[in-house]
Design a protein. Structure first.
Length: 285
């Protein structure tokens, strides 16, 4: 019984002091001395991990790499199921601008689908892990219909609006045929833009888009067969390919400071757990 009391007190103390302990851990990470680099970095890895909700941080990182004359090439490592349309396009065009200055290899380390594939299309090459999931070139718009639930609990919405389609997409009731048609037009416009950019970037036949688009989800081999990627390989091969494209004799990869690496690792692990829970697109060996 005494042992359980002791364990309980320890857990209680940890609960009370969690944020303080986390702060001390971060301070220790920051204060630990960095080994002085013997050579300036000439290659850089930029990671796109988890659902795409906002693009500001990664676009700034891409732009900084584009302006850094010491960096001769970038490995764009992707493990993301996609996300919001506009941020995905921002990333895509940032990668396109980067490629105009220096070679970029997009590496599919797990999932490169939908918006994250969009973000990768303008890379010099796309290389995928043999077990990667590629594609899902499509657009979805969804909303729940909670009218029955609201009726049961006695909630009635009130609104004032101007414009026939201002309430299109509402979860408060079933959509009218006109509203559904309006949302379908919007979805098709976005899909057409997506497919057109993929066809242009990858040199594919727009008239044959059903073969590589149409929201197909491909294995790495099938993605290679339809032209969505250039090569199948592991990360070390992607790094070697970048080194060759960048004409770098000896690779020196840019390292992030310890605090940034620590926070990024913490964030990425959390995001990947959430991604695995909600999306479930993963292979189990």
């Amino acid at each position: 019984m005494g042992m359980f009391n002791t364990i309980g007190k320890i857990l209680q103390w940890i609960g009370k002091h969690f944020w303080g302990m986390l702060f001390l851990l971060i301070v220790l990470v920051v204060l630990m001395p960095d080994a002085a680099p013997t050579h300036p970095a000439n290659l850089q890895e930029i990671k796109l991990t988890g659902p795409i909700i906002d693009s500001d941080t990664i676009v700034k990182e891409i732009e900084k790499a584009r302006k850094d004359k010491k960096i001769k090439g970038v490995l764009f490592t992707v493990n993301s199921p996609g996300g919001a349309v506009a941020p995905s396009i921002e990333i895509s065009y940032a990668v396109k601008a980067l490629k105009e200055k220096k070679p970029v290899i997009a590496y599919a380390g797990g999932i490169m689908a939908s918006g994250s594939y969009y973000g990768s299309i303008y890379a010099s090459q796309i290389i995928a892990n043999p077990g990667a999931i590629i594609g899902s070139i499509g657009v979805i718009m969804e909303s729940a219909n909670i009218k029955e639930l609201m009726d049961k609990i006695g909630i009635k919405p009130q609104l004032v609006k101007e414009g026939t389609y201002k309430e299109a997409g509402t979860p408060m009731r079933e959509w009218t045929p006109e509203e559904r048609a309006e949302l379908e037009r919007l979805t098709k416009d976005t899909y057409d833009l997506f497919v057109r950019d993929v066809a242009t970037a990858r040199g594919l036949d727009l008239n044959n888009s059903r073969a590589y688009a149409d929201a197909h989800i491909f294995s790495a081999q099938r993605a290679l067969d339809v032209g969505l990627i250039d090569k199948i390989g592991v990360k070390s091969e992607a790094k070697s390919a970048l080194q060759k494209l960048a004409k770098v004799t000896k690779a020196h990869w840019k390292e992030k400071d310890k605090l940034q690496s620590f926070l990024e690792k913490l964030t990425n692990e959390t995001v990947l757990h959430i991604q695995g829970y909600f999306y479930g697109l993963k292979s189990i060996l």
